[in-house]
Design a protein around this ligand. Sequence first.
Ligand SMILES: [Zn+2]
Length: 62
Amino acid sequence: MRGQTQPAKPMAGSSDLQSIEDALDRLETGAFGYCENCAEPIALARLCDNPTISRCKNCDEA
Ligand SMILES: [Zn+2]
């Protein structure tokens, strides 16, 4: 039993990981919370629902 490591989360798709890395990248550049498409601020409720989201409601629905 010793030496076994358990991942905190089940294996997620690499796209999930990529979106998290993208979000961290935007955090560093100060672009976090802004739509990558129209540069409008993303609603806080949307970010709370999905912190890695990169588009505002309008662009997501378009
Ligand atoms: Zn937008």
